[in-house]
Design a protein around this ligand. Structure first.
Ligand code: GLN
Length: 540
């Protein structure tokens, strides 16, 4: 078997310059050339995973099929490529140290002094190699910005890997910002020069520099970067701002990025087939219809918190030849008096997942509005739980119905903490209100059986589905009968019928609440069935 080759993607100057999209696009382009790729993200922060982090800190927590709570870039990897993403695809400093410290406690270092070099760096190297077994090209993105103290062990580890594996097997791609300074009328290369200097000081010479900019880099700017940063001019790549992220692979290909990569890594492939990328970009740019979707959430100031939902709605639009205007509404602002003002233009209403009490009443009000006005509705996780609560209170007459997440003393805990359940492997899992917060939720893909008489079945066109979960609370089976008698339809359950996964309403054109997160499985090329049909229903 040929050895795996590696591409390490680092970022310079500032964060949020699209390192994740660049890494994903490289993956997409190499896949389009027929190579088997792997994707991994290494994050320098100390949390063991981002699961306990507030979305304002870190954007959405993305959940993998095998139940890892990961960085949102992993979502881009799955949307852009078919790389197998799992628990091995995201490591943080915290997780690396956790494992080294566990080994130390077991005495595995045989009395040695445990140090950053070599113990931490060896651990990092081993998780990289382990994740990329059997892969042609492993693409590894290093989180953070070069120059941060936190990322040093990761950078040192990848520097060593180039030495270990040989130069023809390891490529460094550095993503930087080339800002346009209006008053000078000039693109500035200095920040790029400085950040490459930082990289070189720790022994990494980038092979390719991807420059994020708002305009094409003129030849002389490329020449300057080439000269000062010691890379070939043809390896200075323009990554211009785009209307849709799905255009990035096409643009990077036009700039010759994938051609350079295979040349530098000394591999032979045919030209990439980018037809499907061209198709989705043209669909996004020239839609026939338009639809207004309102997302009523809690983290609306930071769109990154709803990254996958945003993308899944766009995918739903692609499937329906339709531009989806996504309007975010701050749930806290919605009251019985203001709901109509906020939502009167909504052709579809979506209530996403969330934790904690803030904004709950506004969300319930929005759900009531969708139910009464027969506006297509998609409730995800907390959104599903709240639609059960809304229905229990306002239709089934269970006045004080609530989730025990918000009221421990409610008379009607229609959503509650199930203390015992059976996971996908058939093991009994336990949890109580006192359980630690990290990693104790129902996480990852679970099987669900659909009732054929439902809009959900019409969407999926199959009886058995697997969807990803991330929540603590569940539908309380004691209330199945009363709620069903009042017109709530339970249309998706776990194979043992213990867990209610999907509800719908009688007497409503399209009202779906699901306990899982369908947004994590939507792809531009394969829009998720629920998002596809939600947008279709909204389009009318
Ligand atoms: N807070 C709810 C729970 O833990 C919903 C979680 C979510 O929406 N992801 O069950």
């Amino acid at each position: 078997m040929k050895p795996t080759k590696f591409i390490f993607v680092t970022g310079g100057v500032v964060s949020s310059i699209g390192k994740g999209i660049t890494a994903s696009s490289i993956g997409a382009l190499l896949e389009a050339r027929g190579l088997k790729i792997g994707m991994q993200k290494l994050d320098p922060y100390i949390n063991v995973d981002p699961g306990t982090m507030n979305p304002y800190q870190h954007g959405e927590v993305y959940v993998t099929e095998d139940g890892a709570e990961t960085d949102l870039d992993l979502g881009h990897y799955e949307r852009f490529t078919t790389a197998k993403i799992s628990k091995k695809s995201n490591y943080t400093t915290g997780k690396i140290y956790e494992s080294v410290i566990n080994k130390e406690r077991k005495g595995e270092y045989l009395g040695g002094t445990v140090q950053v070099i070599p113990h931490i760096t060896n651990e990092i190297k081993s998780v990289i190699l382990d994740a990329m077994e059997g892969i042609d090209i492993g693409i590894v993105e290093i989180g953070g910005t070069v120059g941060d103290i936190e990322s040093l062990p990761f950078l040192e580890a990848i520097r060593q890997l180039q030495n270990d594996l040989g130069r023809e097997n390891v490529l460094f791609v550095h993503v930087t910002l080339v800002p346009y300074i209006k008053s000078a009328g000039e693109l500035k290369t200095k920040p790029t020069q400085h950040s490459v200097k930082e990289l070189r000081a720790i022994g990494i010479q980038p092979d390719i520099i991807v420059c994020r900019t708002d305009r094409d880099l003129p030849d002389e700017v490329k020449r300057k970067i080439s000269l000062f940063c010691n890379v070939e001019k043809s390896c200075v790549i323009t990554a211009k701002d785009v209307d849709t992220i799905y255009e990035v692979p096409l643009n990077l290909n036009k700039e010759g990025l994938d051609e350079k990569i295979i040349e530098k890594l000394n591999i032979w492939t045919g030209a990439p087939n980018l037809d499907k990328w061209e198709f989705i970009v043209s669909r996004i740019k020239n839609p026939m219809y338009e639809v207004n979707i309102y997302v009523v959430g809690k983290y609306v100031e930071l769109i990154e918190s709803y990254k996958s939902i945003n993308e899944a709605l766009i995918h739903g639009g692609i499937a329906n030849n339709c531009k989806v205007n996504i309007n975010y509404v701050e749930a806290e602002k919605i009251t019985p008096e203001t709901v109509d003002d906020f939502l009167k233009n909504a052709e579809g209403i979506l209530v996403p997942g969330g934790f904690g009490e803030r904004g709950i009443n506004g969300k319930i009000e929005a759900i009531k509005y969708a139910r009464e006005n027969k506006i297509p509705f998609l409730g995800i996780c907390l959104g599903m739980q709240l639609s059960v609560i809304e229905f229990a209170r306002n239709v089934a007459g269970l006045e004080d119905a609530n989730s025990t997440e918000f009221s421990k003393r409610t008379k009607h805990p229609v959503i509650y903490l199930m203390e015992q359940w059976i996971d996908e492997e058939g093991n009994i899992q336990y949890r109580t209100e006192e359980s630690a917060l990290g990693g104790t939720m129902r996480l990852g893909a679970y099987k669900c059986i659909l009732n054929e008489d439902s809009n959900t079945y019409k969407a999926y066109k199959k009886k058995e589905i697997y969807e990803r979960h991330r929540h603590r609370y569940e539908f309380n089976n004691d209330y199945r009968e009363v709620l069903q008698n009042a017109g709530l339809k339970i249309v998706g359950v776990s194979p043992d019928d213990q867990l209610v996964e999907i509800i719908e309403l009688d007497d409503h054109p399209w009202f779906v609440g699901c306990q899982f997160h369908p947004e994590f499985k939507s792809r531009p090329m394969e829009p998720h069935p629920l998002f596809k049909d939600f947008v279709k229903a909204a389009k009318g």
